[in-house]
Design a protein around this ligand. Structure first.
Ligand code: SF4
Length: 480
């Protein structure tokens, strides 16, 4: 499975969301900066996107927002961006992991209440969202969306009536919500960022000229020419006002060893040019490849990666083993969200539409193919077949993650156990099913090394979750 190939196939898991917030103290317009920031986060969600902006010097609570279904460059035009005036704003790119894929569920959410207006963008899933939603509904709340982000927004709004500041309301809401969240929130005069106490999702702070930025991944700061300041700590609430950055760490876990960053951010979700909690995603992937070469060496003539996220691991394997690194796949870059999957009757494979094999590179060779994961196995089977059809003598598949054996409840679209090819099977059985000459996975003990010792979540591999799995299905009503 790989990031770009499988976004439109039934065999892929999908990324969650990307969030962006900015406050320009110099009064500059921020909508186009948010747009380019979201553009750099597009890999985290391609179903919908949106921008909400406000003017901190203007009337309190006046928010301009625009959102729609599709990629940033499909939803926004120069005219739409020019119509979004304001020096503070939040933005969001979404892939639905809870709640259906509709325009109403697109973010940012904009909420009008007695204290003004809140704009909120959320990445992650709450494990207690249904219970909190019911509780709110019984006290009269009427929801406009089916996403758990609205539950967060409601809780903040309700708490705000009792608290002296919006950041205090966010802290009180965090005492009730459980699960994974990276939040950016815009109030009339403040920009707030918060990360759940386990730190499942990334969030960092940057600065460009007079503007402070909160964003899911540091690669967006590079795109904007902004400098990286620091990561938001797991459990931390940062409040950005004209007086600078204030930090509230009251929700941070006393024992940092209990933090649980999603290790799959390093393996697959994040862009390789991002650094998450001080660990370079690129170096993690190189390291994973090196580990595969050390732990499960095999004789071969060529190491190739399944683009894009398998490439760095393939390079690492090559560096460690001395086996030459090469390119075996040519990807069609024009496969977007609206790609029409071929019907079975058309005898066209969607994998082949997206990816072709360079026969000249692989013919007559023993090939090691590195991929970041195998989910249902259908795509892996087709890619192995394509390499063999192109004349590869042997195909040895190495996966830069352990086998997926369990679902994720924290915002990643990993299917249920019975749909996971590795569930209930030996490695040899999976190898046979995908038609490879050999198969090996990254060893479990390598995961924490890959994150340079940071406490991580490994739930989908180990079944050991940092938070007890919810008793009811929180994965929502999928309509895609
Ligand atoms: S269960 Fe897997 S995908 Fe989900 S947060 Fe944990 S490591 Fe990430």
């Amino acid at each position: 499975m790989n990031q770009y190939l499988e976004q439109s196939t039934s065999d892929g898991i999908h990324e969650e969301c990307g969030v962006f917030g900015i406050y320009d103290f110099g009064g500059g317009e921020v909508a186009s900066t948010i747009y380019y920031g979201l553009f750099a986060l597009q890999h985290r969600g391609q179903e919908s996107c949106g921008i909400a902006v406000s003017d901190t010097e203007g009337p309190k609570g006046k928010v301009n927002a625009y959102k729609g279904m599709g990629l940033c460059n499909e939803v926004f035009t120069p005219e739409i961006l020019e119509g979004l005036h304001g020096n503070i704003g939040v933005g969001h790119v979404r892939y639905s992991t809870a709640g259906s894929s509709t325009r109403e569920n697109a973010q940012p959410l904009v909420l009008n209440y007695v204290k003004g207006t809140l704009g909120l963008a959320h990445n992650g899933n709450l494990t207690n969202a249904p219970a909190l939603r019911r509780e709110l509904e019984y006290t009269g709340a009427i929801f406009q969306t089916t996403i758990d982000s609205e539950v967060i927004a409601y809780h903040i709004a309700r708490e705000r009536i009792k608290t002296a500041s919006v950041e205090e309301a966010v802290a009180n809401a965090m005492k009730k919500i459980e699960g994974a969240y990276a939040l950016v929130i815009m109030s009339p005069r403040k920009l707030i960022g918060a990360r759940d106490p386990f730190g499942f999702k990334p969030l960092c702070i940057g600065k460009k000229d007079d503007a402070y930025i909160l964003v899911s991944e540091s690669c967006a700061l590079d795109t904007l020419g902004a400098s990286f300041i620091r990561d938001v700590e797991p459990g931390e609430i940062v409040t950005i006002t004209k007086d600078g950055i204030q930090s509230d760490t009251s929700m941070c876990l006393p024992d940092k060893k209990k933090q649980a960053r999603c290790v799959f951010e390093y393996i697959y979700f994040a862009r390789p040019d991002s650094v998450f909690d001080g660990v370079s995603v690129y170096h993690s992937r190189i390291y994973a490849g090196r580990c595969l070469a050390k732990d499960s060496p095999v004789e071969a003539d060529l190491v190739v990666g399944v683009p894009e996220s398998g490439n760095a691991a393939a390079l690492g394997y090559s560096m460690e083993s001395g086996i030459p690194y090469g390119t075996a796949f040519v990807k069609n870059s024009y496969v977007g969200r609206t790609f029409i999957k071929p019907k079975q009757s058309s005898r066209v494979s969607s994998v082949r539409v997206k990816l072709n094999v360079l026969k000249e590179a692989v013919a007559g060779k023993r090939v090691i193919m590195i991929d970041d994961s195998i989910v249902r196995g259908t795509t892996s089977h087709q890619i192995v077949r394509m390499l063999k059809d192109a004349g590869a003598k042997e195909v040895h598949v190495k996966v830069s993650a352990p086998p997926f054996l369990h679902p994720c409840y924290f915002g990643t679209d990993i299917p249920s156990e019975e749909q996971l090819i590795a569930y209930g099977k030996t490695v040899e059985e999976v190898c046979k099913l995908i038609g490879a000459d050999s198969l090996s996975y990254l060893q479990m003990n390598r995961l924490s090394e890959l994150a340079e010792g940071l406490p991580i979540c490994t739930g989908c591999f180990s079944g050991e979750y940092p938070i007890a799995p919810p008793k009811e299905d929180i994965r929502g009503d999928y309509t895609r």
